[in-house]
Design a protein around this ligand. Structure first.
Ligand code: PGA
Length: 251
């Protein structure tokens, strides 16, 4: 049975005091949650403090990005060793904002996925089409390109350690969620693709999250779909009450 995972992507938000308030609030709200893995992904500067705040709870720590090298002359970058050092267990890779604004390619993202696995962190590989691509009828082509590129040269054993997040770019931060049917269609397509790349058992065991304006009002309907195994939440993860409702929608 695959794991349901709800992860909060805080993006570039919160100062230390706000982050601690959010993490502590959430800790109480999800303390009794079973069967859904809860992950929060604060900005790099807050990871160590948030880790302390969630110590002893069922909340896992994630990062929003990572470099491929362990150390060296990469000004401004954060290495996998640094993330491990502060207790990071999950890392979001290839988010559409990284692909769009920082020109991250499938090849680079694939390298990061391999690096995360090598260092024992769970990569959350983001894939998804833009509005113009959906309108041009090439959603599956784009998603396939992201999935095949992201999993390139990754063994079956390692593939099983990857989480995929389907995030249609047109739904991110726009309030326009994909309908449960629209999302399910792409999730099923991704699972089929993983079966073709690996085998049925591997595909069945990979968690595929939905992301893009998922919130306390629509999470239950989305996660009720057979291939939607949780969510990657932006805006709604910044408010403890809302995020807790999303988490509990996965139970
Ligand atoms: P959103 O962001 O929930 O604010 O749409 C999701 C994401 O970008 O991961």
């Amino acid at each position: 049975m695959r794991k349901k995972i709800v992860a909060g992507n805080w993006k570039m938000n919160k100062n230390t005091a706000e982050a601690l308030e959010l993490a502590q609030g959430l800790k109480g709200l999800v303390a009794d949650v079973n069967g859904v893995e809860v992950v929060i992904c604060p900005p790099f500067t807050l990871l160590a403090e948030v880790k302390k705040a969630i110590a002893g709870s069922n909340i896992k720590l994630g990062a929003q990005n990572m470099h491929t090298e362990e150390k060296g002359a990469f000004t401004g970058e954060i290495s996998p060793l640094m993330l491990k050092d502060v207790g990071v267990e999950y890392v979001i890779l290839g988010h559409s904002e990284r692909r769009e604004y920082f020109k991250e390619t499938n090849e680079f993202i694939n390298k990061k996925v391999k690096t995360a696995i090598k260092f024992g962190m769970t990569p959350i590989l983001c894939v998804g089409e833009k509005l113009e691509e959906r309108e041009a009828g090439i959603t599956e082509k784009v998603v396939k390109d992201h999935v095949v590129g992201g999993f390139m040269d990754i063994s079956k054993e390692d593939a099983a350690k990857v989480v995929v997040a389907y995030e249609p770019v047109w739904a991110i931060g726009t309030g326009k969620t994909a309908s449960p049917e629209q999302a399910q269609e792409v999730h099923a397509f991704i699972r089929k693709l993983l079966e073709e790349l690996y085998d049925k058992e591997t595909a069945e065991n990979i968690t595929i999250q939905y992301g893009g304006s998922m919130n306390d009002a629509n999470a239950k309907e989305l996660m009720a779909k057979v291939d939607i195994d949780g969510g990657l939440i932006g805006g709604a993860s910044l408010i403890a009450d809302k995020f807790a409702v999303v988490v509990k929608s996965g139970i």
